[in-house]
Write a protein that binds this ligand. Structure first.
Ligand code: SF4
Ligand code: SF4
Ligand code: SF4
Length: 435
């Protein structure tokens, strides 16, 4: 065990997300502080066994002032795949990275650089670059359907979102009694990975074993998520590697790709982009707002009114936000949280305070503040700007809701049949276990 555990977080040697470079540590204690006060992890488990409890959020790496804690580096594996001509390399990029990768190249915090990002990844050697905002739309089709089913059929409520692997692991480790509340939906990355390996591979006539699927994310917890046994598909692990924004920024520089000089390129056509709802997944409150837009349509047949397309009570840099929406002639109570310490405060009162749906993202302001994002001296202002720019993208997009995305419609017609169908459950849903 770590002899300095009074001061800093212990990190196990097999942690798939983060590692400590011992020689750099100055014993400042910042990692333990964030893990305890913001994540509600350090100090909440008994430090007397070899089993270190870590939800893999990477927030300790974000606050470490000397780069002692860093993410596990998967860029060498990515380059090996790119240099192997047998392999088709697909990189899928999360909603929140389009407003943060630029910061690795001295753009202001939150600058929207999706076009240059796609160009850079193609130049690096990716055969396809796909937008995970599409996977987010797929998640919403399933998650909104699941919410409606739970409400209509008096099933377990509140429904918890399940797209944040650090939050899911937090529930499994500290609140296993609430595992039935977790939506059975895989995360957007894991849904999209399953569709790529099981459907898209056939479209391009490439064996799934010859596809190397890489997720570029703001998230180091995804490095843990992709290895979960529950997510193994018929071809094994669906997503092969996860590379954070910081890792990718450093790799592009090492490969001497001049990011600023690149021309914009579009995402590849199979999954051209998601809806505005898929894009706002990267900010706290975005998943809930996206789910409400589609749940409204699924329950009324109509398009959501303007106030649900700008759900103000769900937006903003506040760690617990609540709102009510009328669905199925009921007042549906919503709660949006970032930070698992803040989630503790809500979960501990859940028996006396009713909610129908709770969104939790582990990181500050959601994935825009992810553990693999570029480090900024003023992190609060950076995560606010990144979120604002995601909402701005939603504002200027024509397709605002997941159910309107034409490629989503095509995928259900050609492959998945319908939300919550047997086939959708096989490829898009998962299970959890007490840890
Ligand atoms: S990754 Fe998160 S949970 Fe794990 S030690 Fe760091 S701050 Fe704590
Ligand atoms: S934040 Fe970094 S330097 Fe400070 S105690 Fe933790 S690992 Fe060491
Ligand atoms: S909030 Fe986003 S970046 Fe942070 S752990 Fe969850 S999914 Fe990963």
């Amino acid at each position: 065990m770590d002899k300095y555990s009074e001061i800093r977080v212990p990190i196990s040697h097999d942690n798939p997300s983060i590692k400590r470079r011992e020689s750099k540590c100055v014993l400042c204690g910042k990692c333990k502080d964030v893990c305890k006060k913001k994540m509600g992890v350090a100090g909440y488990w008994k430090y007397d066994s070899e089993d270190i409890v870590c939800i893999n959020c990477g927030q300790c790496a974000n606050v470490c002032p000397v780069e002692s804690i860093v993410e596990q580096d998967d860029t060498a594996a990515l380059m090996d795949a790119i240099n192997n001509k047998q392999k088709t390399v697909i990189i899928m990029t999360s909603p929140a990275v389009r407003v943060s990768l630029g910061e690795m190249f001295n753009y202001p915090a939150g600058e929207f650089v999706a076009g240059k990002m796609v160009s850079a990844l193609k130049k690096l050697g990716a055969d396809y670059v796909f937008d995970v905002a599409f996977g987010a739309d797929l998640t919403i089709m399933e998650e909104a359907s699941e919410l409606i089913d739970r409400i209509k059929n008096d099933k377990v409520l509140p429904q918890f979102t399940s797209c944040c692997p650090a939050w899911v692991k937090f529930v499994e480790a500290f609140y296993p009694q609430y595992i039935p509340n977790l939506s059975s939906c895989k995360s957007p990355i894991s849904m999209q990975a399953s569709v790529i390996k099981n459907y898209f591979s056939k479209q391009i006539k490439v064996s799934p074993s010859d596809i190397v699927l890489v997720a570029m994310t703001p998230c180091v917890a995804k490095k843990f998520e992709i290895k979960r046994d529950e997510l193994r598909g018929i071809y094994g692990q669906d997503t092969d590697f996860v590379v954070s924004v910081r890792e990718m920024g450093k790799l592009l520089k090492k490969q001497k790709i001049n990011f600023k000089s690149l021309k914009d390129a579009p995402f590849d056509e199979a999954f051209p982009t998601g809806s505005g709802a898929g894009v706002i997944f990267g900010a706290s409150g975005g998943v809930m707002e996206a789910a409400v837009r589609t749940a409204y349509h699924m329950t009324t047949g109509g398009n959501p009114p303007a106030d649900l397309l700008h759900f103000k009570k769900l937006r903003g840099y506040k760690d617990v936000k609540t709102a009510t929406v009328n669905l199925l002639n009921k007042d549906i109570k919503l709660c949006v949280i970032f930070g698992t310490m803040a989630a503790r405060t809500v979960l501990d009162k859940l028996k006396s305070k009713h909610f129908d749906m709770i969104e939790v993202m582990a990181c500050p302001n959601g994935c825009v503040g992810g553990g693999g994002q570029p480090k900024q001296a003023d992190n609060d202002s950076a995560v606010i700007k990144r979120a604002e720019n995601l909402y701005h993208q939603d504002e200027i997009m024509d397709v605002k809701s997941s159910y309107e995305n034409p490629v989503i419609k095509m995928l259900y017609n050609e492959f998945l049949t319908a939300p919550l169908s047997e086939r959708a459950k096989q490829y898009l849903h998962t299970t959890y276990k007490k840890r």
